[in-house]
Design a protein around this ligand. Structure first.
Ligand SMILES: [Zn+2]
Length: 267
């Protein structure tokens, strides 16, 4: 009898497609007690697979979107967030790769084809509708739209870089940022977004006071790139935060989650 039970158990484990996902294997212990489901749909010959993770004790709360499957610290930090604050997250499952057959999941948000979105290969109504439906189902009304990403050491995304459409606000003196440690590191930053040339002063001040570097993205329909930040601002208002930390800096990203949550919760 015992043998049969063990056999049944083994078969169930191997038959479960969730057990094949590396992010889940790596976090098997941490994921205990959370509710996992796999979501699959097709659009334009692309198969999209996404993992929905919910805190069954408090499924409505802070809800995070993780478009890039190669960003492991973001995934591990999302589990921490969901256990601590409730809510859940939706993560694209794509064999640890950033692009799904050439399509960046974070350049795929629009209800109809947008000419400006150069990195969107095909119209993506189904993708956008599915992702937004899930986010809006589990995001508490008082919560903003949230995303988690990882970036490379001193790469294209840095608090020390500005562009025509981004403005940086340092929470630490530049010489401290240059030391590259923890929250002060140039790669540790919170993205906010809006349509004005400058962000709301009070919003920036709160984040800076919490020790978080802030990058403001200026968004307009003419400059839409079909990323989540652009889609949220153009369709749902200026209610978006993205926590960026360097690949591998999981402890830093968790600390950033705690500090952002404290800022959001005191609003
Ligand atoms: Zn990313």
């Amino acid at each position: 009898m015992k043998k049969i039970l063990i056999l049944l158990f083994t078969v169930t484990i191997f038959a479960n497609p969730l057990s094949q996902i590396k992010d889940i294997k790596r976090n098997a212990a941490a994921l205990q007690g959370l509710k996992l489901s796999l979501i699959e749909f097709k659009e334009n010959n692309l198969l999209w697979r996404m993992l929905l993770v919910l805190n069954p004790k408090k499924p409505k709360g802070a809800f995070w979107f993780l478009p890039h499957d190669n960003e492991n610290s973001a995934f591990d930090s999302a589990i921490y967030a969901v256990k601590k604050y409730g809510g859940g997250f939706l993560a694209v499952v794509n064999g640890d790769r950033r692009y799904n057959r050439g399509q960046d999941p974070n350049r795929n948000f629009s209800y109809s084809k947008v000419r400006e979105c150069k990195l969107q290969l095909e119209p993506s109504f189904i993708y956008t509708q599915k992702v937004m439906e899930i986010i809006n189902r589990y995001k508490a009304p008082n919560m903003p739209y949230l995303a988690l990403h990882n970036n490379t050491n001193r790469g294209g995304i840095s608090i020390l870089k500005n562009s025509r459409y981004t403005k940086s606000f340092l929470a630490y003196p530049k010489e401290v940022v240059l030391q590259g440690k923890g929250l002060a590191d140039e790669d540790s930053l919170i993205y906010i977004a809006g349509t004005s040339p400058a962000p709301p002063k009070e919003k920036v001040a709160k984040l800076l006071n919490a020790g978080l570097n802030v990058k403001y993205e200026i968004i307009s329909p003419q400059n839409n790139d079909c990323s989540m930040s652009n889609f949220i601002v153009l369709n749902y208002g200026e209610n978006y935060y993205n926590i960026e930390a360097q690949h591998g800096k999981t402890a830093v990203q968790k600390e950033m989650i705690d500090r952002l949550m404290s800022v959001i919760n005191t609003n």
